[in-house]
Design a protein. Structure first.
Ligand SMILES: Nc1ncnc2c1ncn2[C@@H]1O[C@H](COP(=O)(O)OP(=O)(O)OP(=O)(O)O)[C@@H](O)[C@H]1O
Ligand SMILES: [Mg+2]
Length: 298
């Protein structure tokens, strides 16, 4: 995924006249950066390595300008319960949730804890790792009997599970790009998985999911989704680019699920679809962000 994103981005940047080198995040990276002193770096890594702030902290250490969010804000966005708590505190809508570490189930008895979760949050529930991506370890639970295996599934990807009320509705992803007048939301992209769940297979198998860009929602709902994504971008201190995942319920209210600081850039990714729906090009958008990164460092 990261490799494909990197290649697509390189091609887009080259098409607008930018000189690009593609480097893996491996043991050679630091010496390459020190020797070649790039004007700016674009982090096209997804998952923990690119989104938890580690690479960004190292780039800060080296004093190299980069496109995207700084290390601490990356961490805040990467940890789903932390991001949700920030948004909820500001009065924004996010599904009610409880996040618990593995040890709690072990020490207090899994069944008793699960019973308490259902009593508080009701059914259906969404269980997922508290950090992570690509819907790995995410499960919808419609019957309490499915809870133990869903919990084990989520905990196999991390140390804690996020248990959330399941929101029935229309899934959208909203890309936010920083512009001269502050953060701007691109048209929301609507996601329609063939069997209703946007899981790993639905994401990366051609034809299993259809997308609408812009989303087929009313102008008021589209505006509300854009406002939610801009609020998330601002509240969490994100920079340059982010993508908020949300579900619009039957009444038209968008619910914040999570925000990505390093959104996918492949042919089947949501950010490039939003850029195209906005009548812009991926190369132009990222070349402008690269310029912003360079001018920040001056
Ligand atoms: N509370 C919820 N109600 C309904 N569906 C949900 C809920 N939470 C997650 N989902 C579904 O599960 C998918 C994965 O959830 P989420 O976006 O939180 O995780 P992710 O694995 O981090 O994904 P990404 O790869 O986009 O970072 C969503 O795209 C959505 O289809
Ligand atoms: Mg997501």
């Amino acid at each position: 995924m990261s490799l494909r994103s990197g290649r697509r981005l390189s091609a887009a940047l080259r098409s607008v006249g930018t000189t690009v080198a593609e480097w893996d995040a491996d043991a050679r990276l630091l010496s390459r950066i020190k020797q070649e002193r790039p004007d700016a770096v674009v982090v096209a890594l997804h998952g923990g390595e690119g989104e938890n702030g580690a690479v960004q902290a190292v780039l800060d250490l080296l004093g190299v300008p980069y496109v995207g969010t700084g290390p601490y804000a990356c961490r805040r966005a990467w940890d789903k319960p932390t991001a949700k708590a920030e948004l909820a505190r500001a009065g924004l809508t996010t599904p009610d949730w409880v996040a618990l570490p593995h040890a709690t189930f072990r020490e207090l008895g899994a069944q008793a804890v699960l019973d308490a979760l259902v009593a508080k949050l009701g059914l259906p529930l969404m269980l997922k790792p508290d950090q992570g991506g690509s819907a790995l370890g995410a499960h919808v639970v419609r019957d309490a009997a499915e809870l133990p295996s869903a919990m084990v599934g989520a905990l196999s990807y991390g140390d804690a599970v996020l248990v959330e009320q399941f929101v029935e509705g229309t899934e959208v992803a909203i890309t936010v790009i920083d512009g001269p007048d502050g953060p701007e939301a691109l048209p929301a992209v609507q996601i329609e998985p063939a069997d209703g769940v946007y899981d790993y297979t639905a994401r990366y198998t051609a034809g299993l999911t259809s997308y609408h860009a812009p989303a087929e929602v009313s102008p008021e709902v589209a505006a509300a989704a854009g406002e939610l994504a801009i609020a998330a971008h601002r509240l969490l201190g994100l920079r340059d680019v982010s993508r908020t995942d949300a579900i619009i319920d039957r009444s038209g209210t968008p619910h914040f699920l999570e925000v990505n600081v390093s959104p996918g850039l492949t042919e089947t990714s949501l950010l490039p679809m939003a850029v195209e729906a906005a009548g812009r090009s991926l190369g132009e958008v990222f070349a402008t962000l690269v310029e912003r990164a360079i001018s920040r460092s001056r």
